[in-house]
Design a binder for this molecule. Structure first.
Ligand code: HEC
Length: 184
């Protein structure tokens, strides 16, 4: 009995050692798969046409495709993108396409296109707009937009770009990138 009880122990130990080895192999294999996957994703991204705005979500390309599909049926896309508009103006322009120009647009496409147009061809009055619209159009972080709204509440309207760029917590270089989208 003693001999019988003693003998399984080494077997168990060998087994767990073998299992550990197996685990390590699996882990190594998974790491390799992970690295290969990461590289494939990086290369796949690289192979795609440059996004309109790299700082934005990876959806930008797809949204652009939706815009082209939905909005260049009846007129060239340049007719749409010639002019920056506020969120309200974009919404009105798109609604008009549906109500009086005969455009047929699904709700999903409408939202996608509207969001895209506001982001890429938006215009925002920094003396009037709410923080979320400033975030959307100027691609600023929430904190910076909140700082702008707080600052104008305390000090009154911004006169010009330089006044806006001086707000503490606002990245002037980022603002500069969207300078033509800013209205006072
Ligand atoms: C069914 C046809 C049709 C579709 C689809 C269409 N449009 Fe239009 N759009 C027109 C017509 C017609 C006009 C007036 C003629 C012109 O300006 O070329 C127009 C004019 C415009 C104008 C100029 C109006 C202005 O006030 O300056 C804008 C902006 C515009 N469209 C945006 C859009 C957007 C955005 C979409 C996609 C969501 C779209 N259109 C899809 C027919 C269409």
């Amino acid at each position: 009995m003693v001999a019988l009880r003693a003998s399984p122990r080494p077997v168990v130990r060998y087994d767990s050692a073998a299992m550990l080895g197996g685990e390590n192999r699996v882990r190594r294999a998974l790491t390799i798969v992970g690295v290969v996957a990461a590289f494939s994703v990086a290369f796949a991204r690289h192979g795609q046409p440059a996004p309109v705005d790299r700082g934005r979500s990876g959806q930008a390309d797809q949204s652009r495709e939706t815009l082209v599909r939905v909005c260049s049926k009846c007129h060239p896309l340049e007719r749409v993108t010639a002019q920056r508009r506020s969120r309200t103006q974009w919404e009105e322009a798109m609604t008009q396409m549906v109500t009086s120009r005969g455009a047929v647009i699904s709700d999903e496409d409408f939202d996608t296109v509207l969001t895209y147009l506001v982001r890429e061809y938006g215009r925002v009055n920094v003396n009037k707009a709410a923080a979320d619209e400033i975030v959307e159009v100027l691609a600023l972080p929430d904190k910076a937009a909140a700082a702008i709204v707080d600052y104008r509440r305390e000090h009154g309207s911004f006169e010009d770009f330089d006044a806006l760029a001086k707000v503490p917590g606002v990245d002037a270089a980022k603002l500069e990138q969207r300078r033509d989208a800013i209205v006072f």
